[in-house]
Design a binder for this molecule. Sequence first.
Ligand code: GLC
Length: 418
Amino acid sequence: MSLLKREAENILLNNRREGYTLPTNNKLYPAQWNWDSAYIALGYSYFNKEYAIVELEKLFEGQWSDGMVPHILFHHKDENYFPNHNTWQCGDKIPSSGITQPPIVSSILKLMLDKHEFSSSEMERILNLVKKTKNYLEWFYKFRDPNDTGLVSILHPWESGTDNSPLWDFPLSKILIEENLEYKRRDLDVSSSDVRPLKRDYDCYITLLNKFRNEKYNPEKLYDISMFNVADIGFNSLFLKACKDLVYIATKNNIECTSIEKKITKTENKLISLYNKGDNSFYSFDVLNKQSLEIPSITNYFILFADLKNEEINNSVIQSLKKYNSNEKYFFSSIKPDSKYFEEIRYWRGPVWINCNWILYKGLLEKDLEFANKIKSHTLDLIHEKDFHEYYSCKSGTPYGANNFSWSAALYLDLINN
Ligand code: GLC
């Protein structure tokens, strides 16, 4: 155990650059990613609190003046990555992408504050981050729910963090690919095409990006002009929990937070309204095409992380999760294996991801401790057996994608300490 602990710490340290940490040490992701950094900060908090705080400070250095925190910050103008700063052409102080990612940062700050003691100067820096997180969450309500429905939309599959999930197949099928679209992918130089998104997916990703760039990423416009607009269950669950955790920290520290506080109940009720009693499931909603997306994705269970105040629903979701991977040696697969959408090794279309297990573990801790502990020990066993990779087959445990993957290492450190 302690050898692996050291290995996990070293992965983070070796992937660390000037104040921020790459998702992996190979060339697949040569920049700072939003939700990766949040997980990474939690990992550092167990052995270097300064690095934990700096990681998040570095992330918020890239916050736009309207409040958005981009999904990628290009601290170095590395042209080997696609799409790099030249394609995006945006960023306030730091060149960045023009879209965002799940804002789990306030939940991570809460976990850090609950677990560790901080000095008063560290506390001051953390509360500064809390205020910036508040602006970030307000940005979602303002620009991603302009009609005040209670749910926020993602406008690009990359915003979900689960890039090529089958959840997006239907909404993406409606996109008119830009004519004469030209670009060169770089992910296939360092990763096999069997495990990566397809060309048609990339055509959509870049068509959307180009359209957003043409609008100069004006958040007032993007919601209406985007050819992709989805109220995703996974995203909204992480978002609702982020709002709850922000309010919790703010209240404890006398930070004014009524703008978020006032919205939470509506978001919670709206999410509950997406519950489908017939098959104990939550399904995302394609806002643009007005269609429910009935895909058996593990992210639908992130609802457990949102801590809905509805025991009956929570219990039936837990029962359904218990059956989700009943025939697989390793869990949780990103897509249910008996579904026609399942692909054993293709990225977010089947493989097991450590962050999904961690989200469900955290969500179950106060609802079903025995099940939570089962998920934890299973996840630790997978890492003991196969090491810190990006994702794994649920059938054989074979690792795929990047090795020395930072969030797998960081979340391992959290799991062994809780
Ligand atoms: C991929 C993943 C995303 C992650 C990024 C860096 O794009 O889909 O969730 O943040 O890689 O690890």
